[in-house]
Ligand binder design. Sequence first.
Ligand SMILES: [Zn+2]
Ligand SMILES: [Zn+2]
Length: 363
Amino acid sequence: MKSKAMVLEAPGKMSLQEFDIPEIGPEDALLKVEMVGVCGSDVGMYHGKKTRKPRPFPIIMGHEIVGEIAEIGEAAACSHGVQKGDRVIVEYAFGCGHCNNCLMGKYVQCESQFCYGSMISCNDQKHLWGAYSEYLYVAPHAVVHKISRDIPLESAVLISAVLGNAIRWLRIIGEVTIGDTVVIQGPGQQGLAGVVTARESGAANIIVIGTSIDESRMKLAREFGATYCCNIDKEDPLEVVKHITHGTMANIVMEVSGRPQGLIASLDLVGRGGTIVVPGMYGMDTEIPLMMDKIVYKEAKMLGVFSHNITSVIPAIKLVESQKYALEKMVTHRYPLEKAELAVRVAGREIKGEDPIKVVIVP
Ligand SMILES: [Zn+2]
Ligand SMILES: [Zn+2]
C-alpha cells in the first residue's frame, strides 16, 4: 500500500510524492489523516526560517493532526488506549522515552527532539513523519488521545497544537488566574486560543492587540471573550492598557505577534511582578534589542514557552468536547493535499484577497 504526501524538498519547493506505507509492528500504528492544520511555523519552514537545528530536508510537514486509526499493533493499542477505527489526535512532540527529560515527563524537551512534521526527514525509516499526507506513522512513543466524534473536525484539529499550546503557555506556565489582566499581542490562531484560555481561567480584562488587517480575527476574539481589541494603527496600546488597568498594566502578556517589535513592546505592557510568555518564533538568526532594566525594576518574568504536552492537551480536549466555544469558526480555508503549497502561502497571508484565520488541509 502507498500513501501520497506533500514533501517540502527544500525551502520554497514542495512536491506530491508517494511512499510505501511502513509495516506496522506490535508497537506501531498507522493513522489515516482526516485533517491537518497549517501552523505558522510551517510557513516559516517553507521559507527556510532558521530554527533550533538544521531542518532535515526533505520533510513532510504537518503537526496539527487529527485522524482515524487505520491499523494498530497489539502493544500500541494497549499503551495508547485506542483501537482501530477510533478518531484520535496526535501531539506534536514525542520523546525517545529514555533520556533524562523524557524520564521526567518533559518529552517536549527530549534530547532527541522527536516531533512530527518538522524534525524527521521522510528519507528516514517509516517515511510518514508528517501529516501533509494520507497516512501518518504513529511511533511507539507518540502521544495519542482518543477524541469524540461529536465535535467538528475543524475543532478537533485545533485541540493539541493550538488550544493545547495556549493552555500550556498562558495557564500552566504563565499562571493566569482570576481577575488578571491579560494582553495578547497578535490575534492569530494562537492569540485567539489565548483569549479562550484567559477567559476560562477567570481573567477580568482580555486585551487583544492587532492591526488594521486583523479585523475578522478581532471580531472572533470578541466573540471568544476579548474585553477590548486594540488596533495599533489607530490607538496606542500602551495608553489603552494603562487606561483599562488604571496604570498597573498587564499581569500577563502573551507575545504571539511573531514580530520583534511586539516583544519590545511587551516590556512596557507588563506590570510590576507580571509575566511575559514568549513562544517566538522570531528566527534563530534574529537578535532583538531589549531594555532589560525594565524587567529588572518591575521584577517581571520573561518565560520562553514551546509547544504543548499532555498536561495541556487533556484540558484542551475537555474544553473542545464541551463545545462551549465555536472554535471551528477559526477555520476559514480548506485545501486538498495537492494544494498544500497554496495552503501554506495563504496561511502566510501571501495571497492577495484572502483573509485567513486558520488554514487546514484535508488529505
Ligand atoms: Zn505548530
Ligand atoms: Zn528523550
